[in-house]
Design a binder for this molecule. Structure first.
Ligand code: SAM
Ligand code: SF4
Length: 330
């Protein structure tokens, strides 16, 4: 029988998110501060090390893997890593979260490498507002990237939108309309208190999923989907459209009881919970025993008892975890 990752609370971990870089070509106001210092290269896992981590997890029964960052598509030779992971036996869901800006160039190679699904972040359809929220992003490029991904063969692309009250809450309905017109799914995310972002006070911009849902229901009828995932998302279907609407609600709907996931930062820190600092240094194992997958698997198995029962995010505006989202791997 293959080994399995089971924590102290009986939760089976079969989903891992790997961050492949802390860098990004955007500086989204909820994710990064304007001046960021990035990790020196020596502290970042090599593509070979990340590939070995991915293989270790699949050999421990992980079936679902997502590449994220930072912006995964700014990592040099990312398509080589995608092709490596795309061949790993046992993986039945291989996905990436991206800001979409490089998809015109890279989408065909990602499909050829075996990447199956994409989540693309899009918080506004107003070019000026998009620029303000991302600080450096270009809306046209992202929309072109979304279409390039669809043309390259990605099915069921999902948009992710973080909604901040007073900033982009008026974008909720336009984003839903865009998703319907383009044949995409869309999830709305509550902002999480990761890192001190300096741009705004999070307690003032907090916008609950219920508020977002109410806005959507002013125009559309939503029916809760029977499909449940062991994660933070709840899905709804729309009348007369295949578009699904999701809500990711770390504040208003605690999802820890069914949490099936762990994360690995680009420094090789295995994070057992998004909202806590419990972690294990896999880079130390990788560099003390280069290429030794059994050591790596043992370190991952030994980490399972550290997975905490739940996070304790609040909406009072305090920073509860000092790590920024780009370091965490959202
Ligand atoms: N760069 C890629 C992107 O933006 O899609 C992948 C990494 S990004 C950190 C992953 C997701 O986390 C994005 O959808 C982003 O909107 C979301 N995110 C970043 N900071 C967040 C925060 N403080 N709270 C909630 N979501 C956040
Ligand atoms: Fe970059 Fe993604 Fe963070 Fe925006 S959310 S700054 S695109 S890593």
């Amino acid at each position: 029988m293959t080994e399995q990752l089971i924590d102290t609370f009986g939760r089976r971990v079969d989903y891992v998110r790997l961050s492949v870089t802390d860098r990004c070509d955007f500086r989204c106001v909820y994710c990064m501060s304007e001046d960021m210092t990035f990790l020196p290269r020596s502290e970042v896992l090599t593509l070979e090390e990340i590939g070995l981590v991915a293989r270790a997890f699949t050999e421990l029964g992980v079936k679902k893997l997502r590449l994220t960052g930072g912006e995964p598509l700014v990592r040099r030779d990312i398509t080589r890593l995608v092709s490596h992971i795309g061949q790993l036996p046992g993986l039945n869901d291989f996905a990436m979260t991206t800001n979409g800006a490089s998809l015109r160039k890279l989408a065909p190679e990602l499909v050829a490498g075996g990447l199956q699904r994409l989540n693309i972040s899009l918080d506004s359809l107003d070019a000026e507002l998009f620029r303000q929220l991302t600080r450096t992003g270009n809306l046209d490029k992202v929309i072109d990237g979304i279409r390039a991904a669809r043309d390259a063969g990605f099915q069921r692309i999902k948009l992710n939108a973080v909604i901040l009250k007073g900033r982009n809450d008026n974008e909720v309905l336009p984003l839903v309309e865009f998703a319907i017109a383009e044949g995409l799914d869309i999830s709305f995310i509550e902002e999480m208190p990761l890192g001190d972002v300096s741009d705004h006070c999070r307690s003032e911009t907090y916008c609950s999923s219920d508020d977002v849902k109410e806005r959507i229901e002013s125009r559309y009828r939503l029916t809760e989907s029977a499909e449940t995932t062991p994660g933070p998302s709840r899905y709804f279907s729309l009348e007369n459209s295949p578009t699904r609407i999701g809500f990711i609600s770390p504040h208003s709907h605690n999802f820890c009881g069914t949490c099936n996931r762990v994360r690995v930062t680009v420094e090789g820190r295995l994070l057992l919970c998004l909202g806590n600092e419990h972690s294990v240094d896999l880079r130390a194992v990788l560099r003390s025993y280069p290429g030794n997958i059994e050591r790596l698997k043992q370190a991952i198995l030994n980490a399972m008892p550290l997975k905490p029962e739940r996070h304790h995010f609040t909406t009072d505006g305090d920073v509860q975890v000092v790590r920024f989202m780009n370091m965490t791997g959202g």
